[in-house]
Design a protein around this ligand. Sequence first.
Ligand SMILES: [Cu+2]
Length: 205
Amino acid sequence: MKKWFVLSLLFLLSGILAACGGDDTQSDTPRTGEDTAEQQANQENTEQNNEGTTNMVNVTMMNGDEDEVGTAELIDQDDGVLINLEASDLPEGEHGFHIHESGLCEAPEFKSAGDHFNPTDVSHGTDSEDGPHAGDLPNLEVGEDGTVKEEITAENVTLEKGAENSILDEDGTALVIHAQADDNTSQPSGEAGARIACGEITEQQ
Ligand SMILES: [Cu+2]
């Protein structure tokens, strides 16, 4: 009985050792294989992204009467997205200006554009400790003649498709001009009041 016991114990032990040795070799080899596959996948993704990146988007700004009041040219840059805005027929003064989360501008209230574009779920406003929203932009200064022409860099967004902070996500995003100035602190949208103009940021066909 004892002899059998020792023998079977030895047998078991050698089995375990063999299994361990086998595991080591096995886990080493496939891991290298997985890494290579992963690297290849990453490379493919990057290539796809590069190919799929839209460098420029043209946006038409519309007021609550569905009249065109301006255009914005969006250009993807290393430091964010450059917004070249030109608009007219707006009330003189300071106006809140944001990128909102949905690329749908339904007049007259433009509620369809949703909340501010805020992919990292932080607070509103450049003066907030835990802010700003990626879609927060500086106030616009509309002149006496009702026109505005500004170049603004939205630093926290990209036009790169698939990126978390891409403003060209599935349903697009929207540029919104508000009736009042954004105070850069009040939650959730800086007390900027009604939405007086809206432009859809969507992929051009
Ligand atoms: Cu807004």
